[in-house]
Write a protein that binds this ligand. Sequence first.
Ligand SMILES: [Zn+2]
Length: 357
Amino acid sequence: MAKFKFFYLLLFCFISFQGISGKMKVVFRYDDFILKTDKVNEQVVRTFQDNHIPLVLGVIPCDSNENFILEKPYLFLPVLKTGLKNNSIEIALHGLTHQQIVRGEFDGISMTEQNRRIQKGKSFLDSVFQTNIKTFIPPFNSYDKNTLQVLVNNRFTVISSALCFGQSTVNAELQYAPETIENFKELIPVLTRNRNRNGVVIVMFHDYTFKKNYSISELQTVLESVNKLDFVTCTTFNKLGEGSEQLDERRINANLESNLLSKKLKLNAVIQTTVFASTIRIVNLIAYLLLSVFFYFLTYLIFSKNKKIRTYRHAICLLMVIVPTGLFVWFHVLTPMVLLAFAVSLSVMVSLFSKFK
Ligand SMILES: [Zn+2]
C-alpha cells in the first residue's frame, strides 16, 4: 500500500511539474515580403512592434528576371533595420525569385543551381541589412535533401517549411521549424488548449491574408490576446533553439502523424515535445491495434455463423489482412469511419473468396 502511495505521489509531482513548466513558444512568419513600399506590409510590421511581439519576415530578394528588389528610396527600410537591431524583426531568406521551377523553386533542381540561388539571395539581403541571415523559408514549402546541404554550406541554422510527409529532415546541423497554423482565428484556442505543455506554434501568413479575410484591427486584437497569456513567449526562429528542446529530426517525425488521439485530444497545430508526441503515437497505435482486432472478431463471428469461414487457415488469413491493413491505412490515409467501411468490405471479400475456393 505504501508503495502505491509513493507511486501516486510521484505521479502527482510529475503532473504538477508539467503544469508549472508549461511554456508555449510562438513564432509569427510573414511570407512574401519584398523591399518595396506597401501599405499592408508596413501596417503589419507596425502592429507587431506596437504589441512588442517579434515578427519574422520571409523576404523575396529578386524579381523573376533575378533583378534585386530594393525600391530607391525605400523609406520603410530604416524601420526594418532598427527592428533587426532590437530583435523585434528577423529577416529570413524566402527563395531567390519565388518561381515554380520543378516542384517549387528548389525541390528537384541541381545542387549547383540551388547553391547559386541561395548564395545570391543571401548575400544581397546580408548586405542590405548588414546581417548574417540564418533562416531559410523555402517558397511553396518545397525543398529536397540537397537544399539542406546547401543551407548548411551557407551557414544557415534553421529551415521553416510545413509539417508534411516526405520532406527530408536528415541533416542534423539544421533546426526544423515547420509552420503549424495559417489562420489567426485558430491561434488563441490552440494556445489555451496547450497551456500546460512545452510546445512550439508557428503562424504563417501573407499580405493577402489581410486583403481577403482578415483585417489589421483583428490582428491587433489577436496580438493583444496573445500578450495576455502568461504561459506564452513570442520569439523568432534564431532564438527558438535557445535553452529549450531542439527541433530535430526525431521531434519532427514524432509530430508528423496526425492520428486519432492527436485529433481527439486536440494536439494538432503545435509541435509537441519529442517524448510527449512519441507517447501519443504509441498509445494511438495500441488503441488502433485493439480496434482492428475487435473488428476482426466481429467479422469472424458474423461470417462463422454463416459457415463462410470454416477453417483456422481462413481465420488467420483474415487476421493477417485486417490488422496490418487497418493500422497502415489509418496512419496514412483514412478517417475512422472510412477505415471501418474498408475493413468490413475487405473482410466480406476475403470470406467470399474463401467460400468459392
Ligand atoms: Zn511564399
